[in-house]
Design a protein around this ligand. Structure first.
Ligand SMILES: Nc1nc2c(ncn2[C@@H]2O[C@H](COP(=O)(O)OP(=O)(O)OP(=O)(O)O)[C@@H](O)[C@H]2O)c(=O)[nH]1
Ligand SMILES: [Mg+2]
Length: 302
């Protein structure tokens, strides 16, 4: 009995794509029941592909959360973000395309659909934010024409968790039954029932700080910044983290620091709180702001 069950398990890969801000990272966090990918109300929050493994009695799904595809690429970050999303599309079993039905469709969707068309993978169209857009307020009609290109269609609320279980079932249904577990590589320890955060902790801590910066800064500033964690020091009863927010100009630095240091304090306080909650440890966060006009040119491929 047990043996049969094991051989019927499914192992496959699903990538989550869509234009910026449709709720891809929120969805991945809900699926994993923990924060693995940062989210914010601003487009282009995710900057690189974030892989995670979902595991239950049915098998394993290797998910990749991708940066939202942008239509008019003007800057280096935008370019990089598009390349990241596109390169993830190869060799996947399932493509999960997330649209935000509370917003009008635009040319970014065309870019996404262009990519989807090129793939032979199974395809699921996800209508997200059904909690927000109901009845006359939604833009569902603008997306309906896409349905014929997809194997399955489902409406969900990533933030409320509505229908997310249903979506996971659809993914398992579309994953081919394989005889053997796939070796996902060294990044993952799937024997552990807890999902593994596949980032170096420095990177992950940096992402949490970046998320809080996005949250508390005015719109144009976030795109000019990146976060570098210089040091994580484990002491007996405290973890000391030294990090810098790197931005491209003095005026941004001023805005990040804020009057009397209020902004940076707010960012630091909230990042620290979240890190303490996650690690169940006391944390000292030493946050500085530096100007480096050239940081966007220096992002290296991972
Ligand atoms: N009302 C509502 N808001 C949602 C839902 N899912 C996500 N959001 C919000 O939409 C915004 C964008 O969410 P993200 O998960 O960061 O979107 P994303 O697609 O990962 O964006 P990029 O990484 O920029 O491509 C955030 O403010 C979320 O809280 C949902 O189901 N309902
Ligand atoms: Mg995202």
């Amino acid at each position: 009995m047990e043996k049969n069950k094991t051989s019927a398990k499914k192992y496959g890969k699903a990538i989550i794509i869509g234009r910026p801000n449709t709720g891809k990272s929120t969805l991945i966090n809900t699926i994993m029941s923990q924060k693995v990918s940062i989210t914010s109300p601003l487009p282009q929050t995710t900057r690189r592909n974030i892989p995670v493994i979902y595991k239950d009695e049915r098998g394993e799904i290797y998910f990749v959360d991708t940066p939202g595809l942008v239509a008019n690429v003007k800057d280096l970050i935008g370019k990089r973000v598009n390349t990241e999303a596109s390169k993830s599309i190869g060799k996947t079993d399932v493509i999960v395309m997330v649209v935000d039905i509370s917003r009008e469709k635009n040319e970014e969707e065309n870019k996404v659909i262009g990519l989807v068309r090129r793939s032979k993978a199974k395809k699921i169209l996800v209508y997200n934010k059904i909690d927000k857009a109901v009845g006359s307020k939604d833009h569902l009609a603008e997306y309906n024409y896409l349905e014929e290109e997809f194997d399955k269609v489902i409406g969900i609320s990533a933030i409320k968790g509505k229908n997310v279980k249903g979506l996971i079932k659809l993914i398992f249904d579309l994953i081919p039954a394989r005889k053997k577990r796939i070796d996902w590589g060294d990044d993952f320890n799937v024997e552990d029932s807890k999902p593994v955060i596949p980032m170096e902790s420095k990177e992950y801590v940096g992402e949490i700080i970046r998320e809080k910066a996005y949250l508390f800064l005015r719109e144009e500033v976030p795109y000019s910044l990146t976060v570098n964690v210089d040091e994580i020091q484990e002491k007996k009863d405290i973890i000391v983290i030294k990090a810098s927010i790197i931005t491209t100009a003095d005026r941004y630095k001023k805005m990040i620091i804020g009057r009397g240091g209020r902004k940076i304090k707010e960012i630091g306080y909230n990042a620290r709180k979240e890190l303490e909650l996650m690690s169940q440890r006391k944390i000292f966060l030493d946050l500085t702001v530096i100007v480096d006009r050239h940081w966007p040119e220096r992002i290296v491929e991972r």
